[in-house]
Design a protein around this ligand. Structure first.
Ligand code: HEC
Length: 173
């Protein structure tokens, strides 16, 4: 299952990499929703924050995943650290396929005297099953749609999301 996901992601990156460029992150406005997953006009996952501050499920879930898997290096709330870049800034210019590629396959900075390593998470279900959640949360941070706080109110997890999550994590119901 995990291997299949990784291969799928790699193909996706190769296919999409050709058409999406770094300066082409697109308008983050949500134009449609599929069972609680919001998409922008290019069909990429995006956030949705209601006027009362209620965030979509992906933003909330991404917030939680980020703070369990990524904040040690990238700092709380995507603010960055001396070791790793501020993802709230990276996502201003980084496309969805580029994000998926770096998180799945990792990256090693060899240009500085210090060797800073972004680990590959393609085989880690706690990350691989939540790629879109992480992307959506960080995209919301990059667009100042959510601040440096735990989102107080969020939409419910949809049945579709729950089933996909269980399948990806290998849970039996
Ligand atoms: C062990 C430390 C570490 C952890 C944990 C980590 N990263 Fe990284 N990450 C790095 C470093 C270091 C870089 C910069 C690598 C380079 O310069 O090539 C990086 C780079 C990135 C980039 C590219 C940013 C840019 O501006 O080009 C993305 C996206 C990213 N990480 C996402 C994540 C996500 C999402 C998580 C959690 C699932 C995560 N990282 C967890 C260390 C880490």
């Amino acid at each position: 299952m995990r291997k299949i996901w990784f291969v799928t992601a790699a193909i996706f990156v190769v296919v999409m990499g050709g058409v999406a460029s770094a300066e082409d992150v697109g308008d983050p406005a949500a134009v449609k929703s599929e069972d609680g997953k919001y998409l922008d006009r290019d069909g990429n996952p995006t956030f949705k924050v209601a006027s009362d501050g209620t965030v979509d499920w992906y933003t909330y879930s991404g917030y939680r995943r980020y703070h369990s898997e990524c904040h040690v290096c990238h700092g709380p709330d995507g603010m960055g650290s001396t070791y790793a870049p501020a993802l709230k800034d990276s996502l201003k210019t980084m496309s969805y396929p580029d994000f998926m590629g770096v998180v799945a396959s990792g990256r090693k900075n060899v240009s500085t005297s210090q060797e800073n390593v972004m680990p590959a998470f393609g085989d880690n279900p706690n990350v691989a099953c939540y790629m879109d959640d992480l992307y959506v949360y960080l995209r919301a941070r990059a667009n100042d749609a959510v601040g440096r706080v735990r989102p107080a109110k969020h939409e419910d997890k949809s049945d579709t999301y729950g089933k996909a999550e269980d399948a990806c994590m290998g849970n039996k119901n």
